[in-house]
Design a protein around this ligand. Structure first.
Ligand code: SF4
Ligand code: SF4
Length: 131
């Protein structure tokens, strides 16, 4: 499906979960190292787990719980999380718009990693989910 959301590197170390609260289908996940599961909450920080998936240890081991992950099979491409006023560091792009480091690709104005190739995060988003 076009327009699925991809979270990229600026989330690392920021992870304020603002995107979680605007997602209508709870498809934005956080890794829980104690259980090895990816979990999504109805409301960020509520502790009320909505959905879980098993994590692929090799893929999730790269960034662990320092970043959130969108399940691209569940994302409805509603566009809510990648509106400019949601992510404070502009880390979320639609899949087709993920910048690849070339000058022709447009970066979010608040993305502090402008110029970097973010395309790694497209595959990572898929690989971290083992089921
Ligand atoms: S709003 Fe941005 S920084 Fe915050 S958790 Fe979501 S992707 Fe990460
Ligand atoms: S585009 Fe919509 S459904 Fe997909 S992750 Fe963002 S808020 Fe959730």
């Amino acid at each position: 499906m076009s327009g699925v959301a991809i979270i990229t590197e600026a989330c690392i170390g920021t992870k304020d979960r603002a995107c979680v609260d605007v997602c209508p289908v709870q498809c934005i996940y956080e890794f829980d190292a104690t259980t090895g599961l990816l979990t999504s909450e109805e409301e960020a920080g509520s502790g009320e787990v909505e959905n879980t998936h098993t994590a692929n240890p090799d893929s999730v081991g790269i960034f662990g719980d320092s970043i959130l992950y969108v399940n691209t099979d569940e994302c409805t491409s509603c566009t809510a999380c990648y509106q400019p006023d949601v992510c404070p560091v502009g880390a979320i792009y639609s899949e087709e718009a993920v910048p690849d480091g070339t000058p022709r690709r447009k970066y979010n104005s608040s993305d502090p990693t402008t110029g970097n190739d973010h395309t790694f995060f497209i595959q990572l988003s898929r690989d971290v989910f083992a089921d």
